[in-house]
Design a protein around this ligand. Structure first.
Ligand SMILES: Nc1ncnc2c1ncn2[C@@H]1O[C@H](COP(=O)(O)OP(=O)(O)O)[C@@H](O)[C@H]1O
Ligand SMILES: [Mg+2]
Length: 257
């Protein structure tokens, strides 16, 4: 069960949308996916989660181990099939665990819970837009990381900082963290600035940038607003986005499988 952190040191770049897009693609392919929402804002949870969960991601930190994971996992609210998506919902109080610490001084707790996630084909961790202890915990529990960015100046900065944190966690806490890649999202093909930043990302990250970039399409927002997978939305834009996520899922599974 490969575990993948989706992160960036920037909000609004599409981390949650990429998690949902990949989970939807995995569902279409008949895979079993677990989404763990570590963002105290809980955007993924508001779409996938039950209204009154009895346990949350906070339990994975408060009492790390198989019992906490078992209690916190629920079937997702999407109409599923052929595969399945389960979710561990967020909790606003996760913020308690996001205080900054030296990476070396973090004693990973999430790892102790997620090591019991056998049975899933893929575990996706939706990270907060910070690079504090929650992101470090996520990377410490992961086999791979996907950095999501927009082709903007601030987006590139957020991606570079996330890559730096990946390197530090790989060196100190988690040597099995083997794969990092960059997904460029919300690209407007008509914007010269986006073209310039896309070239900058290619220069900074080289082959780590996985193609294709994800274009800006209203279908992403429409599907999220309707609380359904983009794969099930049924517009031309959603089909285009669904095809792109299928490619990204295939490439990810090949790299980490
Ligand atoms: N490719 C896209 N096209 C259009 N809107 C997008 C796209 N990706 C993300 N969005 C929208 O941008 C906003 C921020 O995305 P989100 O996934 O919540 O970012 P993050 O998790 O990084 O904060 C959301 O309203 C989302 O629907
Ligand atoms: Mg998010």
């Amino acid at each position: 069960m490969p575990i993948v952190s989706v992160l960036s040191h920037k909000g609004g770049v599409g981390k949650t949308s990429v998690v949902l897009g990949l989970a939807g693609a995995a569902m279409q392919q008949g895979l079993a996916t677990l989404v763990v929402d570590l963002d105290p804002q809980g955007n993924a949870s508001s779409i996938l989660g039950p209204e009154n969960p009895t346990a949350t991601a906070l339990d994975l930190f408060n009492r790390p181990g198989s019992r906490a994971l078992h209690d916190a996992v629920t079937a997702c609210a999407w109409e599923s099939g052929p595969g399945e998506v389960d979710v561990v919902v967020s909790d606003p109080m996760l913020i308690k665990f996001d205080a900054w610490k030296e990476i070396n001084s973090v004693t990973p707790r999430l790892t102790k819970s997620l090591e019991h996630s056998a049975g899933y084909d893929l575990v996706l961790i939706d990270c907060p837009p910070s690079l504090g202890t929650l992101a470090v915990e996520a990377l410490a529990a992961s086999d791979a990381a996907l950095i999501v960015t927009e082709p903007t100046y601030f987006g590139v900065q957020g991606a570079l900082r996330a890559a730096d944190t990946f390197d530090q966690v790989k060196r100190s806490l988690n040597r099995k963290l083997k794969d990092v890649s960059v997904i460029v999202n919300r690209v407007k093909s008509t914007a010269d600035e986006h073209d310039y930043r896309a070239k900058e990302l290619a220069r900074e990250f080289g082959k780590l940038v996985v193609k294709p970039a994800i274009p800006e399409r209203i279908a992403v927002q429409q599907a999220e607003g309707a609380a359904i997978a983009v794969q099930k939305y049924g517009s031309a834009g959603s089909r285009e986005i669904a095809n792109i996520f299928e490619t990204h899922l295939d490439k990810l599974m090949r790299r980490i499988g």
